[in-house]
Write a protein that binds this ligand. Structure first.
Ligand code: NAD
Length: 317
């Protein structure tokens, strides 16, 4: 039976993954954790076991794994791209030293580890269109450096120690429950809030900048399906390209105008996040994930926009 520990569980992904996994595996089998409490997550904290764990503190981490007899660690604790460029030292410390602690704990206690990578693991010299599963990875942001190095470290622990490590390269994730934690694709979440509140949005990403994106329900399926995938079919492990759609701010605005015709899109480009976006792929080739563990996203741009606007309308009322 799976006993799962989720680190960074109060973030954008974890807050939804915890609820989904508790439905599937049973509340008592899914331990949520974060380095600190955060307001607005009372329901999650009360719906099952919760621990304060900083992944940079290996003693607390391994004690929680022992206490709850954990056999699967989903490591979501991290510093994301835009914040990582403001504080690269902290980004390295959490994304690399924290990951090392998770992998060591898993090696010593025979746990499976799922860690998400990102489209940020690519860089300006990576082929931009239909970016292959295996290609040039020379990222030029600290976040990207930690994601590319993290993929290698996870593969090393699999090959050297037999730790069952698995991961995906997530694109920008769009969701309505918890706001994103300081990434470059955050504009694609904020735009829906402002569309409903003000009928206009000022984008920090330039017109014509294409990036891969995915709606949160598909991201949750990717994590759970890869964790449950038959290991004999997995040729890549860390980390699989996954994507659901690729768009620029204009395409996103057009999809919103089908529901809010007067919606206006303005631009005030942030040079730091624009430079990060320009270094990332326009679109990924996710055929390895489709072939090896049947990855098949359900939402496209239009069905995501419809659902986001419906759900956010209720939330903001
Ligand atoms: P987030 O910033 O929303 O959440 C991260 C959580 O980790 C926060 O609750 C934070 O308090 C916690 N945290 C930070 N440092 C910690 C530490 N030392 N110990 C314990 N907890 C700590 O991030 P997210 O969007 O949920 O992302 C989760 C993972 O998915 C990250 O590895 C991220 O790189 C990856 N990812 C996310 C996206 C996206 O669009 N959200 C895209 C690609 C990859």
């Amino acid at each position: 039976m799976r006993k799962i520990l989720i680190t960074g569980a109060l973030g954008q992904i974890g807050s939804e993954l915890t609820a989904e996994m508790r439905k599937i595996y049973g509340s008592s089998n899914v331990v949520a954790s974060n380095r600190s409490m955060k307001k607005g997550h009372e329901e999650l904290i009360e719906s099952g076991p919760f621990e304060i764990i900083d992944i940079n503190d290996p003693v607390t981490l391994s004690a929680a794994v022992d206490k709850h007899k954990i056999n699967t660690i989903v490591n979501l604790a991290a510093i994301l791209s835009a914040i990582g460029e403001k504080d690269p030292q902290q980004c390295w410390n959490i994304n690399m030293n924290g990951l090392y602690n998770v992998l060591e704990t898993a090696r010593e206690r025979n746990c499976m580890v799922f860690t998400p990578s990102s489209i940020a693991a690519f860089g300006p010299s990576t082929p931009k269109d239909n970016t292959p599963q295996e290609t040039i990875q020379r990222p030029n942001t600290m976040y990207g450096v930690t994601k590319a190095a993290g993929e290698l470290l996870c593969d090393y622990y699999y090959k050297k120690f037999g730790v069952d490590t698995r991961g995906v390269r997530f694109p920008g994730l769009i969701s309505y429950k918890t706001l994103p934690g300081g990434g470059t694709t955050d504009y694609a979440v904020h735009i829906y809030y402002d569309a409903l509140k003000n009928k206009k949005y000022t984008s920090f990403i330039r017109k014509g900048t294409y990036m891969d994106m995915m709606y949160m329900p598909d991201a949750l399926s990717a994590i759970i399906d890869l964790i449950e995938a038959n290991p004999q079919r997995l040729m890549h492990r860390n980390a699989y390209n996954v994507t659901a759609m690729s768009f620029d701010p204009e395409m996103l605005a057009d999809s919103i105008r089908k529901f809010i015709p007067e919606f206006e899109l303005l631009y005030d480009v942030d040079p730091i996040r624009q430079e990060i976006a320009d270094s990332w792929p326009n679109s990924l080739d996710d055929s390895a994930a489709r072939e090896q563990w049947d990855w098949n996203p359900k939402y496209d741009l239009q069905s995501m926009t419809k659902d986001m606007l419906e759900k956010l309308r209720v939330k903001l009322d």
